[in-house]
Design a protein around this ligand. Structure first.
Ligand SMILES: Cc1ncc(COP(=O)(O)O)c(C=O)c1O
Length: 445
């Protein structure tokens, strides 16, 4: 284990806390996610699949900015496209040709896409879809499954709903992934009131056979707009999203993250007759047509398509998931950690069982992986730059050394004592909503 010093991260953390609440813009990129004092808190630069922190420590990055970096940091083709656009300008007073050009790409690639509008964050696209569905149907209620961003209509359904009015919370209800009956009950309890069903169509769990088809049928039966949130699946599971992979076409879909290899861009795509309501609602902002991100996105999608991006990501994922599973078993810590998830997003998850509680096993895992030069949270977030035998070999060797120490800690009398700082704090279980909040008007008490 190379001795890693985090003095500059610590000093910058103390400085940033004075002026930046949380010392980060994003919960999942904050100090809450890593073992205090034993982890980097600030990065300085990236190249390919590697990043360097402010203390000069290097890592193979399996977080990738929370998934936007799909080709690798400083991808030469994307960066060249950005530079070429930079020579022409960034934000203009009228639309540019880039908007139509990127929209045409998405219409060609994504089954439900007949028309397209752009935003900057995933939350822009999911919230636009919700407003559009409400305008189109003249209804207010939303049923949802998954994580959909920071806006009131979604975050009000989670434990972190402080600041969201009850009147807004009352309109959103969570249903359970892979349980179509849970959606059927919601729709039945408030007939004619649901505008949209918005869901992540796939994630660490694949949709069970027939599940997405059942959701599609329920939406058709009840006149509800079906929205797939493909912010994570988009351009990773395949170029046409989960809707192409599983053969079920929603009415609208939201894309973001990977579409710009790190540049801030998202898209709402969908059926022409519903997208036509875009002219009637208000979804309009200063930066929707910002040209560097549009140019980056065109270059990113071209390269992913040309280089069979999703297939290469999946092949890398299989090697890492299989390798990690063997290592966990060899160190006899497979009661504490399991591997799961699809080929394109393999995960190593604490089981919450075995010799220590989940906070300790999560913290030990991240601490020891960081010590071995792997920046990792729960999933192997992959880019094409990871598709390299050297990187995969280095990763599995580092994983093996880290798991040897995790195993030793778990065999000791007091595994928590092996933590070199404060444990990881969960933000909240984003993919576990608090359940239906509403009591439908006509439901029994
Ligand atoms: C499935 C899904 N939807 C929506 C969002 C929100 O995207 P953003 O954070 O870019 O607003 C995320 C972000 O993690 C996500 O994973």
């Amino acid at each position: 284990m190379a001795d890693r010093i985090f003095d500059k991260s610590q000093a910058l953390y103390v400085r940033a806390l004075e002026t930046v609440p949380l010392a980060s813009q994003t919960f999942s990129k904050s100090a809450m996610q890593y073992v205090g004092g034993a982890s980097p808190l600030f990065l300085d630069r990236g190249d390919g699949c590697r990043v360097t922190d402010v203390d000069g420590n290097e890592y193979i990055d399996y977080v990738l900015g929370l998934l936007p970096v799909v080709l690798g940091y400083r991808d030469p083709d994307v960066d060249a496209a950005i530079r070429a656009q930079l020579d022409k300008g960034i934000s203009f007073s009228l639309a540019t040709e880039l908007e139509a050009e990127l929209a045409e790409r998405l219409v060609r690639l994504i089954p439900c896409a007949e028309m397209v509008r752009f935003g900057k964050n995933g939350s822009d696209a999911t919230s636009a879809a919700v407003r559009l569905a409400r305008a189109y149907t003249g209804r207010d209620r939303i049923a949802l499954a998954g994580y959909h961003g920071w806006h009131d209509w979604y975050i009000g359904t989670t434990a972190r709903h402080l600041g969201v009015p009850q009147a807004v919370r009352d309109l959103s209800s969570a249903f359970t992934f892979n349980d179509a009956d849970s959606l059927a009950s919601l729709l039945k309890a408030a007939p004619g009131e649901y505008a949209a069903v918005i869901m992540e169509p796939a994630g660490l769990d694949a949709p069970a056979p027939g599940f997405l088809e059942a959701i599609r049928a329920l939406c058709d039966e009840h006149g509800v707009v079906l929205v797939f949130d493909e912010i994570v699946t988009g351009f990773r599971i395949g170029m046409g999203g989960a809707q192409e992979a599983y053969g079920v076409t929603p009415d609208l879909a939201a894309f973001g993250k990977a579409m710009g290899n790190g540049m801030p861009i998202s898209a709402i795509v969908g059926r022409r007759d519903i997208m036509a309501f875009m002219d009637k609602i208000f979804f309009s902002g200063t930066f929707g047509g910002e040209a560097l991100s549009l140019a980056a996105s065109i270059a990113t999608l071209d390269k992913l398509e040309r280089d069979s991006g999703p297939a290469r990501i999946a092949a890398t994922g299989v090697k890492l998931r299989d390798g990690a599973a063997k290592i966990l078993k060899a160190h006899e810590i497979d009661a504490e950690y399991l591997t799961k998830g699809p080929d394109w997003l393999p995960a190593v998850l604490p089981t919450g069982e075995g010799r220590a509680d989940r906070t300790v096993t999560t913290s030990l895992l991240r601490q020891e992986l960081v010590a071995e030069g792997l920046l990792f949270m729960a999933t192997f977030n992959l880019s094409l730059a990871h598709d390299d035998p050297q990187v995969i070999g280095e990763t599995l060797a580092a994983f093996d050394r880290a798991m040897a120490r995790v195993a030793a800690a778990l065999r000791s009398n007091d595994p928590a004592a092996r933590l070199r700082g404060a444990p990881v704090e969960p933000v909240f279980q984003v993919r576990q909503n608090t359940g239906p909040i509403i009591k439908p008007k006509d439901a029994a008490e």
